[in-house]
Design a protein around this ligand. Structure first.
Ligand code: GUE
Ligand code: MG
Length: 295
């Protein structure tokens, strides 16, 4: 039997519809719309595409999208000044500075400058710390999207062995913290892990977030494992056209896995849905407005 496909596009559409309905209630209760500021420095075409789809999702949810496009030669001081301005703007509930940033700007300095209570990306060290010790804060959107897909697929995750491949601050580490909070046994594997296939073979849940096209093969998987593929790699196909592939070799993995996310149409759409979710959560916290617990 081939694996069930985990439809991230459908799950994201459903979350976006739920957020839009809650935004409508928030607006009638408070008389204002949640606002998300997205800052793009330079003109990396991939980043421009993501920023456009974030803006579209924001407006479709009934929220305000505030876009700042700055030239590639913007100085660190100029960007920090914009962050300060957005931090103190009462109409702004969420701030996202699109990564990567040009080399003259220290991304850590910028992320640290964002007010943790407007940090809907969850990248500020304060939010990383809150996640690590179980305090309310903002969870990064891609890890949160992975968790929502896993809960919908498997229900209770307690006791399951999750192997996270990749240890980045934006996916690997936070997704491991979330799975630990769900009472999984968590292994974080990375480029220096010895005998990676044998480690992955122990997993009930595999989260692949390394950025290496088609790295995880079907014969690395335990029979009927659940596979979440976070990779978004642009590669050249046999026809010479570029296409997106994940970190998992989909063709071989779907023969062994119990369920698997496709790329595209898996985790990617959930990232954007979770961003608008986090923005509504931020607006609600700032106004003392009660949202449903499970949003
Ligand atoms: N501060 C910051 N926060 C981010 O969350 C952030 C960022 N910077 N920089 C870039 C990455 C990448 N990212 C994606 C969002 C949506 C899709 C997405 O919707 N993907 C679709 C299709 C993508 C396509 O066709 O190109 C899919 O996988 O089905 C992918 C990737 C957010 N990022
Ligand atoms: Mg790594």
């Amino acid at each position: 039997m081939t694996a069930r496909l985990i439809d991230g596009k459908a799950a994201a559409a459903s979350l976006r519809a739920t957020v839009a309905a809650e935004v409508a209630k928030f607006r009638s209760a408070t008389g204002r719309s949640p606002g998300l500021a997205v800052v793009l420095v330079g003109e990396d075409p991939a980043s421009a595409v993501y920023v456009r789809s974030k803006g579209k999702a924001t407006v479709e949810a009934g929220m305000q999208s505030i876009e700042h496009k700055l030239p590639a030669d913007t100085s660190e001081a100029e960007l920090l000044a914009l962050v300060d301005q957005l931090n103190s703007d009462p109409a702004v509930d969420g701030i996202l500075v699109q990564l990567p940033l040009p080399p003259q700007i220290d991304a850590n300095k910028v992320i640290t400058r964002i007010d943790p209570d407007k940090d809907v990306d969850g990248f500020n060290p304060v939010n990383a710390g809150r996640l690590a010790i179980g305090l309310p804060g903002f969870v990064p959107c891609t890890p949160l999207g992975c968790l929502k897909l896993l809960r919908a697929e498997l229900g209770d995750l307690a006791g399951k062995h999750a192997v996270v491949i990749g240890r980045s601050n934006i996916v690997g580490k936070p997704v491991a913290m979330l799975l630990l909070a769900e009472h999984c046994t968590v292994t974080i594997a990375h480029s220096r892990t010895r005998n990676l296939p044998a480690v992955v073979r122990q997993a009930d849940i595999v989260v692949a977030a390394v950025g290496r096209p088609n790295m995880v093969k079907g014969d690395w998987l335990k029979l009927h494992a659940t596979v979440i593929d976070v990779g978004i790699n642009r590669v050249e196909g046999d026809d010479g056209k570029s296409r997106l592939v994940g970190d998992v070799d989909f063709a071989s993995a779907r023969e062994i896995a119990g369920a698997i996310t496709p790329v595209p149409g898996g985790v990617g759409p959930m990232t954007i849905a979770c961003l608008i979710r986090n923005t509504l959560v931020s607006a609600a916290r700032r106004d003392g407005y009660q949202l449903p617990e499970d949003l």
